[in-house]
Design a protein around this ligand. Sequence first.
Ligand code: ZN
Length: 130
Amino acid sequence: MEDRKCAECGTTLVGRSDKKFCDAYCRNSYNNKVKRADEKFIMDVNRILRRNRRILKHLCPQGKAVVRKDILDQLGYNYDHFSGIYRTKLGTYYFCYDFGMSPFIENSIKRARIVMKQNYVPSLDLWKVD
Ligand SMILES: [Zn+2]
């Protein structure tokens, strides 16, 4: 029979074949590590979303604005993360909470429309075919 080792400390396990840890201490510290790693990812994404929102709010004090992509880049906007999406005939808005940006190109310059979310945003039908 193959040696089974504790998932936390690597000690060879004896006893029940479904045992994964030597004791409650190892089980707890293993589970805590997994939980921390899980929560770290969520916290990192939340941090990015907050910073994105702060950038959009800063650039859009009147509730509507158009900016060059360069400006967003300089401020460290992260395009990979958003909390909501809203499609219009003119483009797609990527929201970070209550502020959204919609990329477009005009005179070969990359720009973005920024808007503050209205109270009413229709809910999505993700399975709708255009
Ligand atoms: Zn152990």
